[in-house]
Design a binder for this molecule. Structure first.
Ligand SMILES: O=C(O)CCC(=O)C(=O)O
Ligand SMILES: [Fe+2]
Length: 382
């Protein structure tokens, strides 16, 4: 991140903070921007055009041209190179979901050696894309359909097709509300005819059409924070994806965790008065449903804050060689510290966080907040 982009991003968040919430950012257009050439596109363009406004985009296959996996995992016909993959990764035990069986809004999973999965995949192709074992989905190297969801903790993600082709259906944040059933649950499959049943899905008439993207081999899709999506493999497909949180979506993560806790509190509300440690139990339930509780979120903030404080301390001493070796530029670190300070300021005044036993936390949340705020002041002119 360069100085100019940091200034732009800081102004953007200052603007958001001072504005009365209006229920959303820019109105997404019905098509997704395609980025053709790496030479003409910088990280600054990505921050301004996509991370800050939280909009999806697709990067052309030129961006992944040099990837070893695109050469080695794929045959000259553009199909998965089963021989190579088996020889290289056959012993790995991989999680496999059965797409034909639904377990709540997901699929039951089992583990098997990758070589067994490859045998299954070959049989499935030979059987005309069908098998008596059903449609098995190797998680992380997705096969077939990924049920409707938004990514974990409202993270961003990117996904590259090493080979094969996918169809994505995207719903901008908030539009999933019209897809909830009469119990408030989201559908497993947004294309199901069940959604035509207005008793079961009373709000679907307010629903707008999803934004559709076809992702070709080598292309990379950027999935913004909180955008619900459903994905289909249109071909034998191998993809690599990665989720991340940074200064641009950290507040979304905190907002999401507060909503998750509220949902738990609502669900077990009838025991609030009869259970002395009800608030603690809500955190336990939240941890098991969401994967993280407020205590862990504080530790998450602390770890990312400490690394950035270190980078900036070294940078301010003029020791920029070391800060580069931590893999983080000074301007990025300074921007992140500002976002961390804003989020932590909201965490420490949250009544549910104030009920968490923080006595053994080091540093204490208020102390860390003070350090962050001091650093924001010290790095203003950086
Ligand atoms: O490719 C898939 O099946 C799902 C990918 C996905 O949901 C993501 O990258 O966020
Ligand atoms: Fe996803």
């Amino acid at each position: 991140m360069d100085r100019e982009t940091r200034t732009f991003a800081e102004r953007y968040y200052r603007g958001l903070r001072d504005r009365v919430p209006s229920g959303g950012g820019p109105t997404p257009s019905s098509s997704v921007t395609f980025i053709q050439t790496p030479d003409a596109f910088s990280y600054a363009d990505f921050v301004k055009g996509f991370l800050l406004p939280n909009l999806p985009c697709v990067f052309s296959s030129a961006f992944t041209e040099g990837w070893g996996s695109r050469r080695r995992w794929v045959t000259s016909e553009g199909k998965p190179d089963f021989e190579y993959l088996q020889q290289k990764y056959g012993d790995a035990v991989v999680p496999v979901a059965n797409c034909g069986v639904r377990e709540y809004n997901s699929n039951p999973k089992e583990h098997m050696p990758f070589r067994d999965y490859i045998s299954y995949w070959k049989e499935y192709i030979q059987g005309g894309y069908s098998s008596p074992r059903g449609c098995l989905y190797l998680k992380d190297w997705h096969l077939c359909r990924s049920p409707f969801h938004a990514d974990i903790f409202r993270s961003f993600s990117w996904s590259v097709n090493i080979c094969g082709k996918k169809k994505w259906l995207f719903f901008p944040p908030g539009q999933e509300e019209a897809l909830r059933d009469c119990h408030g649950s989201l559908p497993y499959d947004v294309t199901s005819t069940e959604l035509l049943d207005t008793h079961l899905y009373p709000r679907t008439q307010h629903n707008s059409l999803p934004i559709e993207v076809i992702q070709e081999p080598g292309e990379m899709v950027f999935v913004p924070s909180g955008w619900h999506h459903q994905v289909y493999n249109l071909d034998d497909t191998i993809s690599i994806n990665h989720n991340w949180v940074n200064g641009c979506n950290l507040a979304n993560m905190w907002h999401f965790l507060q909503q998750e806790l509220q949902a738990v509190q609502h669900e077990v509300g009838e025991w609030k008065d009869s259970m002395p440690d009800w608030h603690h139990h809500c955190q336990v339930i939240m941890k098991s449903c969401t994967g993280i509780n407020f205590e862990e979120f504080y530790h998450f903030l602390k770890i990312i804050a400490e690394k950035r404080l270190l980078v900036l301390r070294q940078g301010l001493k003029g020791d920029s060689g070391d800060s580069q070796s931590l893999g983080l530029g000074l301007q990025q670190a300074a921007f992140d510290i500002g976002r961390l300070a804003d989020v932590l300021a909201s965490v420490v005044v949250n009544p549910d966080f104030q009920r968490v036993d923080t006595s053994v936390f080091s540093p204490q949340p208020e102390e860390l907040l003070q350090q962050l705020e001091d650093t924001v002041t010290a790095t203003e002119a950086l």
